[in-house]
Design a protein around this ligand. Structure first.
Ligand SMILES: Cc1cc2nc3c(=O)[nH]c(=O)nc-3n(C[C@H](O)[C@H](O)[C@H](O)COP(=O)(O)O)c2cc1C
Length: 197
């Protein structure tokens, strides 16, 4: 495909000894063979994301919003993205504070773009985190994808950097198919008419 859509995979956990990069790396490996996206991984552990926000709101301040220089790599990756995959663990039945901070600093970067989720955790496989993320990202006018990947009890369900379930790559293709459809459709819609949000 000419002018391939840009997929940004976000590693949501920043915890010492985290498992997140293992999941994100496997997800990235599924994207190449799928053949639609250009892909980059943004690891929130490598970005300085302040918890204290400015007085203004990114929704209303637009280009005047004072985005910190230490966050520039994150901001520019989100800006050029046509689609996102958020890789999230579950902390206390929700998603990590690092992800919330990364989300709240931005607005137009999410609007009218599709987001899919890959979650992992204990018995619930991170689904509580995903339910919360779907709610929050809808407020930012993102379009969340119906299908996703969820890995319950990841500590026994993964080995040598990949899930033991042989169907996992098949599920990943389904998610990428849906994400690609929305990425292309929404990019051409954004190009045709500025999103009114
Ligand atoms: C503060 C904290 C809260 C947690 N709460 C949950 C939880 O509610 N549900 C769950 O399935 N796992 C929970 N866990 C376990 C995580 O799923 C597990 O630690 C996982 O490795 C976190 O991902 P990470 O290693 O990428 O940070 C929690 C872990 C931490 C550190």
């Amino acid at each position: 495909m000419e002018n391939r859509p840009q997929l940004v995979i976000i590693v949501g956990s920043t915890r010492e000894g985290r498992f997140g990069p293992v999941v994100a790396s496997w997800v990235e490996q599924q994207v190449g063979p799928h053949g639609v996206f250009d892909v980059e991984v943004v690891d929130l552990a490598t970005v300085d994301i302040p918890l204290a926000l400015p007085a203004a709101s990114p929704k209303y301040a637009g280009d005047d919003y004072p985005l910190p220089a230490g966050m520039a790599a994150l901001t520019s990756a989100l800006t050029r993205a046509d689609a996102f995959i958020v890789v999230t663990p579950e902390y206390n039945h929700s998603y990590p504070a690092s992800l919330k901070a990364a989300i709240d600093w931005h607005f137009t970067q999410w609007a009218a773009k599709p987001v899919a989720f890959v979650s992992y955790g204990g018995a619930a496989g991170g689904r509580h985190a995903v339910l919360h993320l779907e709610n929050v990202l809808t407020e930012l006018h993102a379009v969340t994808i119906r299908d996703g990947l969820s890995f319950p009890n990841y500590f026994t369900a993964w080995q040598d950097g990949r899930p033991l379930d042989p169907q996992a790559p098949v599920y990943a293709r389904t998610v990428l198919d849906q994400l690609a459809w929305w990425a292309v459709a929404l990019r051409s819609a954004r190009d045709a008419v500025p999103y009114p949000g």
